[in-house]
Write a protein of this length. Structure first.
Length: 91
């Protein structure tokens, strides 16, 4: 089954749902510290990405996501993790 949302779309949607009311518009250049990104926000993003893309991230991949500085960095880290999960499942 193909994902219906890109990683960028699902990350922005999850962040808007969790943080937009308190912090205003969120885009790819938004600093995650500026929106007080926390473990609950990360959980929302990770669960959406895993469900949408049919993967299960390793704890080390999730830690890398939590260390992202900007939304764009988070999207890039998730895209790499999805690719790594798919590569591992082919073996």
């Amino acid at each position: 089954m193909e994902p219906t949302l890109t990683v960028k779309e699902l990350v922005l949607d999850a962040l808007h749902g969790a943080y937009a009311d308190a912090h205003g518009p969120i885009d790819m250049e938004t600093l995650l510290d500026d929106i007080e990104f926390d473990s609950l926000g990360l959980t929302a993003v990770v669960s959406r990405a895993e469900a949408e893309h049919g993967v299960e991230f390793l704890s080390s991949q999730i830690l890398d996501m939590y260390q992202a500085m900007r939304v764009a960095d988070l999207v890039e880290t998730i895209e790499k993790a999805i690719a790594a999960c798919r590569q591992a499942s082919r073996r």
